[in-house]
Design a protein around this ligand. Structure first.
Ligand code: GP9
Ligand code: MN
Length: 474
């Protein structure tokens, strides 16, 4: 019934529940043996190729942005399953996400990257988190958050802590074991994890995978206020998640009418997310936290898969060709940097590019770290966006399963030396990133001014323990 249970391994508790404890023990044993050989055979020499690659791929900061957000709070907002086609989209003449549309058009000096793509694989949300905070890719199979959760990382929260005195937190209306977060966050140096046990999880507050976005944001304000400044806070929404159900009383736009339930529902939950953001921004302003913070919003991955191409062609008024499907992997990235002008930015980029961008805004050079992406504001930024399956998009070319398209027109173009060279670079980038994770190579990456994170320094949790136990038993 759950074909992806083992390959995605999204939560050990679920695997136990569906396989039974006996089979689970065997499964974990096989997995551990496979992992152990790769890790044991690795040596510091394996890191050489990786560092050679990342240092030659490094893009030096743009002086106009370097250090421009030094010491500012960073509020990063995860827009669950939110795709860029929703921006400015009108359903029956009505804007679906009026609030986000205003930000996309530069309100409050937000910069909107309209050619930014998600790069997730089977790890979905968790892959997005991994990429944004580590500038490395998820794995070709399964979720690195689960299978590599005890690796050594040199993650953004830990770097911000050690180099700039930041505290960090993740806020999310699901329980802490999902995607193995309660383990890997400690290895990433995340100070606090406000999971579902901190929120009011009464039945009327829940839909789809957990807490509704409006109560989530409301209750998050005092948690943010309690954090020591400067802070790096990551708030993760949840309502706009498959199957995109919404209680009637929360719906303020009619469903679409394609006859495909998933697609039809999607607009209602996207609208709900939009309204919850508007409310959150008001509350942030009221609390005084808005003005002087870096605020970053991003869509983690697509909400509508290729299984819904028929309905999507009705929605978008065009055929969903493989080229168009690649275009539909655009997710919004929006960033507000205090005292910087906003607007639309047409730079091509992906989730691995966010960490070096944020480091440079802090005035921390990304060069000494193993980053597979490059700073989006850098003049030397690499506009090649690698997808997890080896396809790619650049401003000129789009590769989907051996066919190359002109990115601007969607017309098929003949493969040529240039497109072959891009493909080779993409494959190399992905395989080096995989090597880091499979062999746990960052344990060999010694830096004079960065101490390895000690996971036992971190502890998450609070009351409502019984509720957590209940929810995983159900
Ligand atoms: C679960 C949430 C959703 O906590 O982050 O994960 P997804 O199903 O999108 O990977
Ligand atoms: Mn997700």
């Amino acid at each position: 019934d759950l074909p992806e249970l083992l390959t995605r391994t999204f939560d050990h508790k679920y695997v136990v529940k569906y396989l039974g404890v006996h089979n689970y023990t065997i499964y974990v044993g096989v997995q551990a043996a496979q992992n152990a050989t790769q890790v044991a055979n690795a040596s510091s020499e394996d890191l050489t190729d990786v560092v050679n690659y990342t240092s030659s791929h490094y893009a030096k900061p743009n002086a106009e942005y370097f250090g421009k957000a030094k010491g500012k709070n960073i509020i990063k907002i995860h827009l669950e399953s939110f795709q860029s086609f929703l921006i400015d989209y009108k359903l029956n003449g009505e804007e679906v996400t009026p609030f986000l549309n205003k930000l996309a058009h530069g309100k409050d000096d937000f910069t909107y990257f309209d050619t930014f793509f998600h790069q997730t694989g089977q790890g979905k949300t968790s892959d997005a988190e991994l990429m944004m905070d580590n500038s490395m890719f998820g794995l070709p199979e399964g979720a690195a958050f689960v299978t590599k959760g005890e690796n050594t990382f040199q993650s953004l929260p830990a770097i911000l802590d050690q180099k700039a005195g930041y505290t960090s937190a993740v806020l999310h209306g699901d329980y802490k074991s999902f995607w193995n977060r309660d383990t890997i966050y400690k290895h990433m140096g995340i100070d606090q994890f406000f999971d579902a046990s901190y929120y009011n999880m009464d039945e009327e507050n829940l839909v789809n995978m957990g807490l509704k976005d409006k109560p989530f944001f409301k209750e998050s304000i005092p948690m943010l206020e309690s954090m020591k400044k400067p802070f790096y806070a990551h708030l993760m929404t949840l309502t706009n998640h498959y199957p995109f159900n919404l209680d009637e009383k929360d719906a303020t736009i009619a469903k679409a009418t394609t006859g495909d339930k998933t697609v039809d529902n999607y607009f209602q939950t996207a609208r709900y997310l939009d309204e919850s953001l508007e409310q959150f921004f008001k509350d942030l302003k009221k609390s005084g936290m808005y003005k002087d913070s870096v605020i970053l919003l991003y869509g983690d991955h697509n909400g509508i898969s290729e299984n819904h191409n028929r309905a999507m062609s009705e929605i978008q008024g065009k055929e969903i060709t493989p080229y168009q499907n690649a275009q539909n992997q655009r997710v919004p990235l929006m960033i507000r940097i205090p005292d910087k002008k906003g607007g639309v930015n047409h730079t091509y980029g992906g989730e691995v590019d966010v960490m070096p961008t944020l480091l440079h805004l802090q005035g921390i050079d990304s060069n000494e770290f193993v980053n597979f992406g490059t700073d989006l504001f850098s003049k030397k930024h690499d506009e090649t966006v690698a997808f997890r399956n080896g396809n790619y998009v650049t401003p000129k070319y789009t590769l989907v399963d051996n066919t190359v398209y002109d990115t601007k027109t969607g017309k098929v173009v003949k493969q040529n030396k240039k497109t072959e060279a891009i493909k080779a670079r993409v494959d190399n980038q992905l395989s080096l990133s995989d090597k880091v994770l499979y062999r746990d190579l960052l344990r060999f990456h010694k830096l004079s001014d960065f101490k390895p994170v000690n996971p036992s320094d971190y502890f998450y949790g609070k009351a409502n323990k019984e509720k957590e136990a209940d929810s995983s038993a159900n």
